[in-house]
Design a protein around this ligand. Sequence first.
Ligand SMILES: Cc1cc2nc3c(=O)[nH]c(=O)nc-3n(C[C@H](O)[C@H](O)[C@H](O)COP(=O)(O)OP(=O)(O)OC[C@H]3O[C@@H](n4cnc5c(N)ncnc54)[C@H](O)[C@@H]3O)c2cc1C
Length: 438
Amino acid sequence: MEPNVSTPSQIMHVAIVGAGIGGLTCTIACRRRNENLKVTVFERSAEVLPLGAGIHIPPNAGRVLAHLGLLEKVMKEGAGYQLDHFNLRRYENGHILAAKPVRERVTREYGAEWIATHRGDYQGVLLSEAKQLGAEIVTGAEVIDVEQSQSSRQVVALKDGRRFEADVVIGADGLWSSLREIVLGHPFSPTETGDLAYRGIFPRDKLLSLGNENINRIVEKLDIDVWLGPGKHAVFYPLRNKTEYNLILIVADDLAKGVKMAPSSLEEMVAYFNGWDPILDKWTKGPIALLGDATHPTLPYQGQGAAMAVEDGAVLGLLLAQSLEKGLPADPVEKRDYLAALLRLYQDLRKRRTETNVAGAVDTQHYYHLPDGEEQRQRDAELAVLAGDGWLGKCSFNWGDAEYQRSLLGFDVIADSKEKFEEWWVASQKAGANHGGF
Ligand SMILES: Cc1cc2nc3c(=O)[nH]c(=O)nc-3n(C[C@H](O)[C@H](O)[C@H](O)COP(=O)(O)OP(=O)(O)OC[C@H]3O[C@@H](n4cnc5c(N)ncnc54)[C@H](O)[C@@H]3O)c2cc1C
């Protein structure tokens, strides 16, 4: 798909590192909106295989997928399905502490469905859409560095020696992100959570062959079931039209209490470089951004890891496309600084929301894993009355708190970003007129 433009300033080349859920969503958001946004995705694996197990598409991500015209495809080709109930159970006996209706209630409350699917199938749908939209997907391409060219563009360096130029580089390379370390200029691994997860996928016939009445009943449902126990929890839900079932067992390991994941942020990065060798300044001023697990890894207990990556990708795509439509500065240095300023807007739009999600997942870990005792009894008592309030009341546990759930699941990230971009653009034009550029 060759762009139909007359001047170079009307084309933007975006290099995305990582063909995961976030990187592919960003690719689609760029290409769908404006074909003059040329996207090259660099993926380390030789082939994008349908890896993983169950994954959630909560309403905030479902809304973004619908906006990008992808929701129906994920439902059909990815065997996505709407959850009926989200049940919390007592670990000892499976007694239901609360059975939160999901299907109609979530759609009514937050304007989008809550879907579960297989991560590999979901990624496959995004990959074929990205290709169809004309993005170039380069597999077997491990990015090891990003530099600036003499013409103020970004140069992506691959392990095998190949080099590619782009205007903007997006690090969508997941939890163990190299881009994060390139941006920071030093090693920065995510902090361990203190939990270990055992994951398994069980075929339906294997479960039925156990001849257990409770299992036979649960495999017919489209529910997610979570058993809460001291320092542990278990999660179970169907996949691929009830032919497979996802089971995750999470146990606390022996790390010190209070240890949780440590997301990095661009602000943190700027603080790191304060007073450092000016050569490092290029990262704080150059157009390079991180998304998804590369920047805000989270405990997965709210089902929001991929959802936040989807939101990041869609917001970035939208901002890049909108700025291209307004017209980019022709001068390469001005263009670079303009794009760097745009990425600071992206950071402002995403930071608080993703931090709230990371903290919310830590809160969920606390409430899921309460030891038997007074706080656990208080939690169970609060859960027992939530249905009576129509799921609209307050709860000290985020899972049951209507206001928290609305802010997480009901927020329209696309509408918000469109509005904030327009405000930013007007302000940036005034600032540009007053100060002669960014
Ligand atoms: C193989 C795999 C299986 C998973 N399974 C599940 C699951 O079953 N359930 C669940 O809830 N979550 C799962 N996750 C995590 C989930 O996909 C992410 O938490 C979420 O989607 C956020 O994704 P992301 O786009 O930030 O990164 P990811 O989806 O993790 O994608 C990152 C991509 O970047 C690529 N990459 C990494 N480094 C480089 C490099 N230097 N150069 C080029 N490419 C690079 C990786 O190969 C990967 O394709 C899985 C992740 C992976 C990678």
